[in-house]
Design a protein around this ligand. Structure first.
Ligand code: GLN
Length: 191
């Protein structure tokens, strides 16, 4: 099974490291041929408008959207979650998106003033809290009935799963705790 990390912009290296810790041998994906050769993909955090534009410019948006529609496991963190979200509320529309996850998000929804914060969050299935790092994170305003909420902060979903799509508004690749990457890898085995 080949796991890719979209390598156009953002914290690509940190995700490669976390996937390695979780037991995978990940590869960077930048081209349509590479997109076709993988079995699962991580969309890193960064700037969603930029990543979306680059996806479009490099001819990756169509193939990626199609592979996600056909059930390829994908995990979006922060900007990656925005790219997966079906709906964006507010004027910060991110025009080039995969738009496959039945959630509405507000970009920078935790406020631009309080750029970043950390919180110990409970995650379904974990026996101890997970240290979550939020950096200009998207706020999940609503989630459809098919979306399972795996973690929340102040009553708002911060880690969700719908079918083979996993998304978090926080960055799990920054703390050395690879449990969420392990959870993602287990989705490749039908978990
Ligand atoms: N605020 C960024 C955006 O809207 C996401 C930030 C992040 O990925 N850490 O794209």
């Amino acid at each position: 099974m080949k796991v890719g990390v979209l390598g156009l912009q953002g914290d690509v290296r940190e995700h490669l490291g976390a996937l390695e810790t979780a037991g995978a041998s990940p590869m960077i994906v930048k081209r349509p041929e590479e997109m076709q050769s993988i079995d699962a993909l991580v969309l890193p955090g960064g700037e969603s408008t930029t990543i979306g534009k680059l996806l479009d410019r490099f001819g990756l948006l169509g193939p990626l959207t199609e592979r996600v529609a056909r059930g390829m496991p994908v995990y979006g963190t922060c900007a990656g979650m925005i790219l997966l979200a079906a709906r964006i509320e507010g004027r910060d529309e991110a025009p080039h998106r995969i738009a496959a996850l039945d959630v509405t998000v507000v970009r920078n929804g935790y406020g631009r003033q309080v750029d970043s914060f950390e919180a110990d969050v409970d995650v379904k299935g974990f026996d101890s809290p997970f240290r979550a790092v939020f950096i200009r994170a998207p706020l999940v305003e609503d989630a459809g009935p098919g979306v399972e909420v795996l973690s929340e902060v102040d009553g708002r979903p911060v880690l969700v799963r719908e079918g083979r799509i996993l998304a978090s508004s926080f960055h799990p690749e920054m703390t050395g705790d690879a449990r969420i990457h392990e959870m993602f890898l287990s989705m490749l085995d039908g978990g």
